[in-house]
Design a protein around this ligand. Sequence first.
Ligand SMILES: *Cc1c(COP(=O)(O)O)cnc(C)c1O
Length: 330
Amino acid sequence: MGQFGTEFCDHIAIARYEDGTWQAPAIETLKPLSLHPAAHVLHYASTCFEGFKAYRWDDGVARIYRLHDHIERMQKSAASLRLPVPDMEMLADMVVNLVLHHVDDIPTPPSSLYLRPTLIGTLQNIGAAAAPSTEATLFVLASPVGDYFSGGAVTLKLLVEEQLARSTEQLGSTKTGGNYAAALGPTLDAKEAYGVDQVLFCPNGNVQETGAANFLLISDDEVITKPLDSTFLHGMTRDSLLKLAADNGYKVSERNFNVDELLELVKTHEAALSGTAACLSPVGTLVRDGIEIKVRDGEAGPNTARLQKALQDIQYGLAPDTHGWLTKVS
Ligand SMILES: *Cc1c(COP(=O)(O)O)cnc(C)c1O
């Protein structure tokens, strides 16, 4: 397998929204999309997506992780962009049919099949900046992916950014392309200036998240993370880890904290980023005002590893799925 996201199964599931309704979805050969140059998405960024994984267990059967929760989040993203909202049943069937079609191409854990439902506005109208796209295309891409950190546990270095926001109040919890465009410039600048891996966006000093992952602080008995609000993406990995932390006796504190508190907390707490691609990645160093601050001793901590294992054991079929997060595909 090549780098994450660069290899694709040779079929997609696709459905079009036309004449006020969703047309019947189909599995098609992967090929370039044909878009009118005036398509709404190309000018006004009417696009959103999802990302989640299917795992093939030893029995040869695939399980999709939190399928319906991800589709529900996509429905919210679509509604916030005033795009046609995909039906739960229809999109779930599209994903399941695509996974079934490619079940033999799913590598075994820790590898998996990454699924990327994407919705784009296709209305042909370059005068529609303030009008919704009443036509749309929904497709699901499938990409076999390996272990994100096959090179072993590395710790990440983050720049603490205290002015810029990753997104906006109205689109922070929408998984939409424009948010990554907004985070890209600051992230590349920070990589060049400080050699960091990511930027931890903390507008007005309030700790939020990085460009594509949520931020957690973890001690021997507590997990701290920002409570849900409209300014950041509500990660399914974050949600899963908080539930597993509670199951394992950790106190779960969903509360806001600022950069000064953060720097106090990392003397005693591990820090980590959560997201579907890498699950839970330890953070070893923060950079604030050009000064490097170690998270504890700068090494990956045991509680981060423990929570990551608790989640992956469920995904890989090594521990019971007590929360009903897996959809068996057969
Ligand atoms: C996708 C994403 C996450 C992680 O969400 P998961 O559901 O855990 O994969 C976090 N932050 C941003 C900005 C994201 O786009």
